[in-house]
Design a protein around this ligand. Structure first.
Ligand SMILES: NC(=O)c1ccc[n+]([C@@H]2O[C@H](COP(=O)([O-])OP(=O)(O)OC[C@H]3O[C@@H](n4cnc5c(N)ncnc54)[C@H](O)[C@@H]3O)[C@@H](O)[C@H]2O)c1
Length: 353
């Protein structure tokens, strides 16, 4: 298959983010769009969405001529001209939309988090297996150039044995989402599942499933987790501190950052300090490594390449993104009980498959 024909479901922040990349991709064509909002599916995209500046805005209206607009998910997935679907809907709808698309024979790139509950993820995994179609969850941090480079350097042993990792993602409450679904715990899972999941997924990807989790959180109104600080402990003494949330008072500037420390060096990157990562290796000169690239574009490239070549999605398997949802729920249990939550060796082995 030379060109993958895409349908995008949900035309808010992330739907438009993928549209902007896919319409320029040499092996992709966007042939269908779906949104329940009539203005959005007709291409009126001049409203402000998301927390990044490069989301497509009002230049799209003139470019939708050859694209079929649908108002329902069922109609888009029934379109025989669609090979692959991007699911960029409020999280409560991820599982149903993904399963419907897979059952209709489409490949699916579903936005993170995979689902609200582990049971949602299980339904998605069962559907990809029985349909024989590709499913990838768009955990974009696994494709973020600075995180990818830090991962590569850690795996190459450049900082020795990892002793500690600290990942932060902090901001104020987002106000852009359609019908304010992000502030509805039953739709988004709060900052725990919407924001913090990026970093807990990356720690799980980099260091594996921990042996125990301890966590504190700020539960705002109405019953939504606004801020999480979790500590993951590993049997060899290594630990990770993962902090994320949208509790801070505006105009607090959004920040994301990562520090990974090993017994032979420390790696660090922070959005607020520019694109270069810093490698502290004991010499007087801090090594700065410039690192640029578009995570969303790289993630789309990878998905397209996997589908075109028939290779399995091994950088971001559905099984591993399911594990991240399970770990988020264990953090929630730790917050609510105030107890350390141990993870048995048997569970670790099953989750690390
Ligand atoms: N990877 C990232 O960096 C990142 C960033 C933000 C959001 N996300 C994820 O992307 C997903 C979408 O978030 P968003 O920020 O784009 O939200 P959004 O509110 O900007 O957009 C959601 C869109 O879905 C449409 N919609 C809602 N119900 C629908 C239905 N039943 N049928 C058709 N359309 C429907 C809405 O009208 C809206 O246009 C979420 O899961 C979110 O967690 C990922």
């Amino acid at each position: 298959m030379d060109t993958l024909r895409f349908g995008i479901i949900g035309l808010g922040f992330m739907g438009r983010t993928h549209f902007a990349r896919l319409r320029q991709h040499p092996h992709a064509r966007v042939v269908a769009l779906c949104d329940s909002d009539e203005r959005r599916r007709s291409g009126q995209w001049n409203d402000k969405v998301g927390n990044l500046d490069d989301v497509l805005a009002d230049d799209a209206a003139t470019t939708l001529d050859d694209i079929a607009p649908y108002s329902t998910i069922a109609d888009l997935v029934a379109d025989p001209d669609v090979d692959a679907v991007v699911v960029a809907l409020p999280t409560r709808l991820h599982a149903d939309a993904t399963v419907a698309a897979l059952e209709a024979g489409k490949h699916v790139l579903c936005e993170k988090p995979m689902g609200l509950r582990v049971g949602d993820c299980d339904r998605m995994i069962a559907a990809t297996e029985s349909a024989g179609r590709t499913l990838m969850v768009a955990q974009c941090i696994r494709f973020w150039p600075q995180y990818e480079l830090i991962e590569r350097m850690v795996r190459a042993g450049e900082i020795g044995r990892v002793r500690y990792a600290n990942l932060r993602r902090l901001g104020s409450r987002p106000t852009y989402s359609s019908d304010n679904w992000l502030m509805d715990a039953a739709s988004s899972g709060g900052a725990l599942l919407d924001l913090h999941v990026h970093d807990l997924d990356f720690v799980q990807h980099l260091l594996g499933v921990p042996d125990a989790i301890h966590a504190h959180g700020v539960i705002g109104q109405p019953d939504i987790i606004d801020l999480v600080t979790a500590t993951w402990r590993y049997a060899d003494g290594c630990y990770a501190c993962i902090e994320g949330g949208w509790a801070f008072t505006p105009p607090w500037p959004f920040e994301m950052a990562i520090t990974v420390h090993g017994d032979r060096g420390t790696l660090e990157w922070a959005l607020s300090r520019g694109p270069a990562i810093r490698h502290y290796n004991g010499s007087d000169n801090v090594r700065e490594i410039t690192c640029e690239g578009d995570a969303y574009g790289r993630e789309d490239d990878y998905f397209i390449e996997c589908v075109r070549t028939g290779q399995p999605v091994d950088r971001c398997t559905p099984q591993s993104t399911r594990t991240s949802i399970a770990l988020a729920w264990l953090e929630r249990r730790a917050i609510e009980t105030g107890r350390v939550v141990p993870i048995s060796g048997r569970l670790k082995a099953a989750w690390e498959r």
